[in-house]
Design a protein around this ligand. Structure first.
Ligand SMILES: [Zn+2]
Length: 188
C-alpha cells in the first residue's frame, strides 16, 4: 500500500511536433486512441535498480513529457518517460510505503536541473508514479486505484507496477486506472 502526502504539480502537455523535435524519434502509432508510452532505458534501469532484490514494496515518481496531436489538444498521444525518482528507503515495509513531500521536492529539483541543461521551454514534469509488488504480480490493487484517482488524475498520468521477481510490468493511466496494453509501451 502506498500513501501519498502531497499532490502532483500542475503541468501541461505539448504538441506532438515538439516531441519529434525534442527527442530522438521512436516509431509511434496512435490511431486507436491509446497513447503510446515511451520507456527510456535510463528510467527502466533506475526503476529496476531501486526495486530489484528487495522484499518490501518500493516506489517513487516518474518524470517525463506528455504530448498531444495539434488537432486534439485534450488527448495525450505520447507519454515519454525518461527518469525515475526513488522514494527514500527506510519507510517501506512488506505492506506499506509512504511517499513524503521530500520526494516531490526532489522531483522538482531534478526537473529544474534537467530543464536548465537541455530542452528550453519543454518542461520535464511528474508524469506518474511507480511501485513494486515483490512476488505478488503486477496489478493495480484497490488502494492503488484510489491513489491514482486522488493524485494522478490527468489523462496522461501513469501508474506503473512492477513485480521484479516475476519480471511483470503493468501500466495504467488517468484517474480511472485504465490499463495500457503492452503494444502501446515501447522502449526508447
Ligand atoms: Zn500496489
Amino acid at each position: 500500500m502506498i500513501k501519498w502526502e502531497d499532490q502532483t504539480p500542475t503541468a501541461r502537455t505539448h504538441e506532438l511536433e515538439r516531441w519529434h523535435n525534442a527527442v530522438q524519434g521512436v516509431p509511434v502509432k496512435t490511431s486507436d486512441g491509446s497513447p503510446t508510452v515511451v520507456l527510456r532505458a535510463a528510467c527502466r534501469d533506475a526503476v529496476l535498480s531501486h526495486i530489484t532484490g528487495h522484499r518490501e514494496e518500493r516506489g517513487g515518481l516518474l518524470l517525463g513529457f506528455a504530448f498531444h496531436d495539434a488537432q486534439s489538444p485534450a488527448v495525450p498521444s505520447v507519454i515519454d518517460v525518461i527518469d525515475a525518482v526513488a522514494a527514500p528507503t527506510g519507510t517501506g515495509t512488506a505492506v506499506s510505503l509512504s511517499m513524503h513531500t521530500d520526494l516531490w521536492q526532489e522531483a522538482r529539483r531534478r526537473a529544474e536541473r534537467f530543464d536548465e541543461s537541455a530542452r528550453g521551454d519543454i518542461k520535464l514534469m511528474v508524469v506518474g508514479w511507480y511501485h513494486s509488488h515483490p512476488g505478488l504480480g503486477a496489478f493495480f490493487s484497490g488502494t492503488d486505484r484510489a491513489t491514482q484517482a486522488s493524485f494522478f488524475r490527468e489523462l496522461w498520468h501513469l501508474g506503473l507496477v512492477v513485480d521484479p521477481q516475476r519480471g511483470e510490468w503493468a501500466w495504467f493511466r488517468s484517474q480511472d486506472s485504465i490499463e495500457i496494453e503492452r503494444q502501446h509501451v515501447v522502449d526508447g
